[in-house]
Design a protein around this ligand. Structure first.
Ligand code: FMN
Length: 233
């Protein structure tokens, strides 16, 4: 396995420097077999909200975050950072702060239309997954680059880039047998405060990671079929 070891430094304004890229081409039969297998494995992914307390293999989560950090990003600005929290006290603090926001949300801030959209999911203001899951990954988006002397540079397509990275993170976790949930308590400002993040970062999602509880249930959802989502021209 070859993982590049050069360390990243900002490339803003650097000249274009192309290097050869010659990955082995996969035979079509293998591409087809892998695509079919991946489709089946990905369709088995479900959002889990009831976690077993069992710890997850230490390095697997690091590897999944490393996968996420290979995501494409606008102007290769990689506007993300990941905070991994195993500490029970910190998970409890996050749960308390999240539930305080969620109480206000579910008691009216969300509005009837939003509450109706959530009803089939069975969610409420109790967020036990924040303390039941053995760890949380909090994903932050960097709204702009902040240099060591406080210099700022605009980041482009931040939402899109971080969304793609989170998609890759969820795929990586699922494909190595771990369950996860994208939790977006709204508003999420408390996460920057509790975790002491720099001013250029804004929380994007809290992702509990673990194994489903033995009595885990999920809502009976149906996904759109391929013809419903795909137009081929
Ligand atoms: C951007 C985003 C925000 C989400 N926020 C929450 C959340 O705050 N709480 C929650 O329980 N689920 C949340 N979810 C999970 C969705 O409800 C879930 O993905 C959806 O119901 C489909 O279920 P599935 O992931 O099992 O296919 C979120 C998902 C996404 C992509």
């Amino acid at each position: 396995m070859s993982i590049p070891m050069r360390s990243w430094t900002p490339t803003h304004g650097a000249p274009y420097r192309p290097v050869p890229y010659r990955p082995d081409r996969m035979p079509p039969q293998e591409t087809l077999a892998r695509a079919a297998e991946l489709r089946e494995r990905m369709s088995a992914r479900r959002t889990v909200r009831q976690f077993a307390p069992d710890p997850v293999p230490e390095q697997a989560v690091r590897d999944a975050i490393a996968c996420a950090a290979t995501a494409p990003s606008g102007a290769h600005q990689q506007p993300w950072s990941f905070v991994r929290i195993k500490d029970a006290g910190m998970r409890r603090r996050i749960r308390e702060a999240a539930e305080a926001e969620e109480r206000v949300s579910y008691q009216g801030r969300l509005g009837e239309e939003w509450l109706a959209a959530l009803r089939p999911l069975g969610t409420d203001e109790i967020k036990a997954h924040l303390t039941d899951a053995p760890e949380l990954i909090v994903v932050f988006q960097q709204r702009y680059w902040l240099g060591p002397d406080g210099e700022r540079r605009k980041h482009y397509y931040v939402d899109e880039s971080v969304g793609i990275a989170v998609g890759m993170l969820l795929s990586a976790l699922h494909l190595c047998g771990l369950a996860a949930l994208v939790h977006t308590p709204s508003p999420m400002r408390f996460l920057s405060e509790v975790l002491g993040r720099p001013e250029n970062e804004k929380a994007f999602a809290v992702i509990p990671v673990g194994y489903p509880a033995e009595d885990c249930v999920v809502p009976d959802l149906v996904r759109k079929s391929l013809p419903q989502v795909l137009t081929e021209i």
